[in-house]
Write a protein that binds this ligand. Sequence first.
Ligand code: ACM
Ligand code: ZN
Length: 564
Amino acid sequence: MRKMKITALLTAFMLMWAASAMAERADYNVIPLPKSVQSDSTKTFALKTGLGIAYDASDPEIARNAQFLRTWVEELTGIRLALTPDDKRAAIRLTIGLPADKNVKGKKGKKTTAKLSEQQQEAYRIAVSESGIDIAARQPVGLFRAAQTLRKSLPVVSNAADGNDISIEMPYAVIEDEPRFTYRGAMLDCARHYFPVATVKRYLDLMAMHGCNQFHWHLTEDQGWRFEVKALPELAKKGSVREQTVIGHNTGVYDGQRYGGFYSQAECRELVNYAAERYINIIPEIDLPGHMMSALHVFPNLGCTGGPYPVCTSWGVMHEVLCAGNPETITFLKTVLGELCDVFPSKFIHIGGDECPKVRWKNCPKCQAKAQALGLKDDGKHSVENQLQTWINHEMEAFLRERGRDIIGWDEVLEGGLTEGGIVMSWRGIKGGIEAAKQHHRVIMAPTTFCYIDYYQLQNRDRQPQSIGGYVPLSKVYSLEPILPDDLSEEEQQYILGPQVNLWTEYIAYPQHIFYMLLPRLDAISEVQWCRSEQKDFDRFKSRLPHMLKIYDRLGINYCRQYE
Ligand code: ACM
Ligand code: ZN
């Protein structure tokens, strides 16, 4: 009898334990942290298999976002929600229109969103109550951001394969959110090393998970040309291939293996669409007039000396650049940029401009004749050759302007006097960004000391794979304040569009290594990009990070397991 009682008690205890183990809880304090989270943890709504998601099925964008939410919930918890567009009683409801806008009327009593900032267009609100989960946004993009927040708030359920038994406790809450900066970027160098389309998609997925909206795609380099130009078929075919690659830090020892790969225009279009579905714009970069050895290899007539030029097999800054005095250079660049515009709808086109030594131009009769014809004179601030580079930038800017595009350039574009309307990407510290903002040029902040995630992330170099050098730990990325209140007036601060991390790949040859370098530093930059400075707190950020790492584990994504 006594034995039976103990057995019954044990069974009851185990059943209770099992039930509590399965009823895991959501936590809305995700990365990046929403602008406002008000929750009542004493009351919860139970999320479980079979509950429906209601949405306007006549809008394919909204329908896609409903599908994303469904997929993400199942991925982490095993719970299978139903897509029930017309069900007014569905537990999860996606709607367009924020409650806060209900009483805001424009002229003639019509509702208006015309005066809203880009950030406000991305705003969303999630309300969890006894009736379920209401997700509201001004635009479909806001529904996507909200779905990402809900996704990250969910526990990673260990027995997710059996979703029928799972119930997630969703504390009652009201979450209101919108980003701080309009531009929230991440760059990937696919020129030093080529990465498959699937890897680029995964990079985009991670960006989207973190609220990033601008993917800067570095497509051309001394070591490889990766963009197909149909009018110049030899360019990608030959320019994408190097004979071998140096081992380590320019050791003089080579691996003896041919290396190559490029993206067809069809693949680029596929990626543009893939990114757009995740509310990311792809900014392609053709780095000019330096970093052009792969193009010079195919078209040696475009160099000052006539070549021959190899596709580079080691790293660094090369003296050989496009000849500024050869009219064929401009024709070549317009052919390339013309096709680039056909493939990439981006409002911004990156024309590089970094690290263009002027030794060849100084000694090239064609370049000097061009400078003279243009009447360029050293004015004490800008050398003749720097102004020659600005002239090329002007030509490119005018060409792109006709196609409705704006140029972005690395901060060297300031050295010859920045072209009107050009956007500066400040990488050699924040100085270039400050100077540009003071001149009322738009700025993207990507200083090496905070944003170069090709640098080591741990102090002890023996504990991590070889990298280019430097030291940018997680805490350093997190500490970036892009607005610079000590240096810029409030008006000047408006020119800072936002921050970006850069991942150069001289020393990164495999996808696993990309994600090791990216994560968790992408988490840190996402809070710099998304959160107001008063929300930022590194210790609290670190306490929210382990949950993100669990999500990466569930998705099978590599990341750096130590951080400092
Ligand atoms: C750069 O890092 N060369 C822009
Ligand atoms: Zn020249």
